[in-house]
Design a protein around this ligand. Structure first.
Ligand SMILES: Cc1cc2nc3c(=O)[nH]c(=O)nc-3n(C[C@H](O)[C@H](O)[C@H](O)COP(=O)(O)O)c2cc1C
Ligand SMILES: CCCCCCC(=O)C(=O)O
Length: 392
């Protein structure tokens, strides 16, 4: 039996098995544990709405202010038109989708973006998401705002893992998080530079900010070896903070949330090992450009010194091609992974990642490039507002 939704037939791509819906907690997050027939990542949004509490749906899908940046992340993708090659002799068995970033080999050029508060969506929280990522062989980036502890999450995945840091005002708290991340086997630290705290979509605020009452920030839970207050984030970050993370852990540092070419030099001089172009999925400040629009400007400023990662708006195989051709070394996938979690739990996450890999594989074959390394700007014609930004 399939759950009924109010969406049109075209929008309902993936059936929601009955197993996706049971409600066992007072909050009512999903307990689903099933593989999904993913027709496309965007088409999972409606089943996600059916499978999770309204608060979780609004928190995940919403964005800041008028949500212009959220929409612009998708619209701007259309400015990047793919210029295909023909008769290149590429066959499926020759196609190489693997990449290596910061010493980490990945089977495909995308990974799970750091996202917090997964128990707003699924009872198991990040443990299920990380397990699903591992099942697909994908790198999992664990959010500093996870409900489960970084240690529980590290144990849940069989794949590579990075830890995303929300730098705390209390240096002892930050250093303790970093030490724990290193001890748990995370191989890089992602410093988020573009956030003041949780996303606060207007629709979520209108509901009274209904975070679940039993929600904990696992990494700060004193009962689980944590300390400090998640909300006491240090906002006045400088490049010196990068050095502290490196000194403390000896791990590579990725700075996430960069949208401007001028920011690149001080960040690389500060010791960053990679730059992540992102507008946080439009959740922190509205009105900033689509991430794909500014990617070429940042790539030019980086000039090959460190890898460039991009997220915000990745939904399709062709989006991955667009970003890689414009100079990203890999991309991160955000909200669609949460859709998979809500609708299918760990196997649902695996299904989402495998569906994107399958889509990318066929899109690559039709693009004519043999490998991710072969993609370059010649595969893209930049049009519209994004083209104007490259000139200015
Ligand atoms: C529910 C949710 C929670 C998020 N939490 C974090 C977080 O804890 N740390 C972080 O750096 N980014 C966080 N992000 C931003 C993502 O890492 C990523 O930048 C964003 O989801 C990209 O936009 P997209 O999902 O629309 O592609 C979060 C995003 C969502 C949707
Ligand atoms: C209350 C938990 C917040 C977790 C996610 C924080 C964040 O970065 C976001 O965009 O939201």
């Amino acid at each position: 039996a399939l759950a009924q939704t109010s969406a049109s037939t075209e929008e309902i791509a993936a059936p929601v098995p009955d197993a996706a819906a049971p409600v066992t907690s007072s909050y009512g997050a999903s307990t689903a544990n099933t593989e999904l027939n993913v027709i496309s990542l965007p088409a999972l949004k409606e089943p996600f709405k059916e499978a999770v509490p309204e608060a979780g749906y609004v928190f995940v899908t919403g964005a800041k202010g008028d949500e212009w940046t959220l929409r612009e992340n998708r619209r701007a993708m259309e400015d990047f038109r793919i210029v295909t090659h023909r008769l290149t002799g590429v066959s499926a068995d020759q196609l190489d989708l693997s990449v290596e970033i910061l010493g980490q080999r990945m089977p495909f050029p995308f990974f799970v973006a750091p996202m917090g508060a997964h128990q707003m969506t699924h009872e198991e929280g990040e443990v299920a998401t990380a397990r699903g990522a591992g099942m697909a062989g994908a790198l999992y980036c664990s959010s500093g705002a996870s409900n489960r502890t970084l240690e529980e999450i590290a144990q849940a995945t069989t794949g590579p893992k990075w830890f995303q840091l929300y730098f705390n005002q209390d240096e002892a708290v930050t250093k303790s998080l970093l030490r724990r991340a290193k001890d748990a086997g995370y191989s890089a630290i992602v410093l988020t530079a573009d956030a003041l705290g949780p996303g606060t979509p207007d629709r979520f605020r209108a509901m009274g900010m209904p975070f679940r009452s039993d929600m904990s920030f696992g990494n700060h839970d004193p009962a689980k070896g944590g300390s400090g207050d998640f909300f006491a984030q240090k906002v006045d970050l400088t490049p010196d903070d990068i050095r502290m993370i490196k000194d403390e852990t000896g791990l590579p540092v990725i700075v996430k949330g960069i949208l401007r070419a001028e920011d690149v030099d001080p960040i690389i001089s500060g010791g960053a090992d990679a730059i992540q172009v992102s507008n946080h999925g439009g959740r922190q400040i509205d009105g900033v450009p689509g991430a794909i629009s500014v990617l070429p400007l940042v790539v030019r400023a980086v000039d090959g010194r460190v890898p460039v990662i991009m997220d915000s708006g990745i939904r399709r195989g062709i989006d991955v091609i667009r970003a890689l051709a414009m100079g990203a070394d890999c991309v991160a996938v955000g909200r669609p992974v949460m859709y998979g979690l809500g609708v299918g739990g760990a196997p649902g996450v695996k299904s989402v990642l495998e569906a994107l890999a399958a889509e990318l594989r066929s899109d690559m074959l039709l693009t004519g490039a043999r490998s991710v390394a072969e993609l370059d700007p010649s595969y893209i014609s930049v049009t519209g507002p994004s083209a104007e930004m490259q000139e200015g």
